[in-house]
Design a protein around this ligand. Structure first.
Ligand SMILES: *Cc1c(COP(=O)(O)O)cnc(C)c1O
Length: 238
């Protein structure tokens, strides 16, 4: 068994265990493999382990891999079931690359970006699946909209016909450690609360994108439906 396959099994076991502890169904949390900096060979190994959803942070690098793997699978006569998630900040001059190549965007943090993606999404393609990135701890270093602005952004996004609003994404500022579990649970809580509030208002969202290699257990406890895991699958990035 390859190291990557082994890592995916280990991460899947962590997800399963967390779901059991939280009294949630195992199928309620999806694993997004964050493949930034990983070569296409590593992604192919993850695919052999059954992984289908991949996340990329850097647009040019991501699109290069998307196109390479599409051609590669076509050459092998294999079905391309890969779903590509853009999880990095999007500059305005990169929206077209994203709209034309990705299936998901987790990092919508202003209307302008959403409008450009809507205009540039090819007509024949499935609607672009999007999440609003929320800045849950008020940090200046991370992108994301302040919690108070989420509802007004959501109201505008749902009017865009080429986008489908799926949920909320957040990256807590502080990496968790063994001594501050309680503090970290409360770091994820605001994201869950915004997600729930929008659903109470009838938004019908199914995606709460929180949790990474180091804190997926806490995120699942807080209600995560999608964990974005890089290091624990592909190893340390250089
Ligand atoms: C890199 C990255 C991840 C994965 O982080 P790991 O700690 O390697 O699991 C998840 N989400 C975002 C937005 C990232 O940039």
């Amino acid at each position: 068994m390859t190291k990557i396959k082994q890592n995916i099994q280990t991460v899947s076991a962590r997800i399963q265990h967390s779901c059991h502890s939280a009294g949630r169904e195992v199928g309620s949390v999806k694993l997004l493999a964050v493949s930034k900096t990983a070569p296409p060979e590593a992604i192919l190994q993850a695919m052999e382990a059954g992984q289908r959803d991949f996340g990329e942070n850097y647009m040019a690098e991501g699109v290069e891999k998307i196109l390479y793997l599409r051609a590669h699978l076509q050459q092998l006569g294999q079905l391309n079931e890969l779903q590509w998630h853009c999880i990095g900040p999007i500059q305005s001059n990169k929206t077209r690359l994203v709209a034309e190549n990705f299936d998901w965007v987790h990092t919508i943090d202003r209307l302008k970006t959403a409008q450009r993606l809507n205009e540039q999404r090819p007509v024949g393609a499935k609607r672009l699946q999007v999440c609003i990135q929320v800045n849950i701890d008020g940090s200046h270093s991370k992108s994301g909209v302040p919690p108070d602005d989420v509802l007004s952004l959501a109201q505008e996004i749902v009017k865009l016909p080429r986008l489908e609003l799926r949920g909320i994404m957040a990256i807590p500022d502080q990496p968790p450690n063994a001594t501050n579990n309680i503090a970290n649970e409360s770091i994820f809580t605001p994201a869950r609360e915004i997600f729930s509030r929008l659903n109470e208002l009838g938004y019908n969202l199914d995606t709460l994108s929180i949790g990474m290699s180091a804190d997926l257990e806490l995120a699942i406890e807080a209600g995560s439906t999608m964990v974005r895991v890089g290091t624990a699958i592909f190893g340390n990035r250089i």
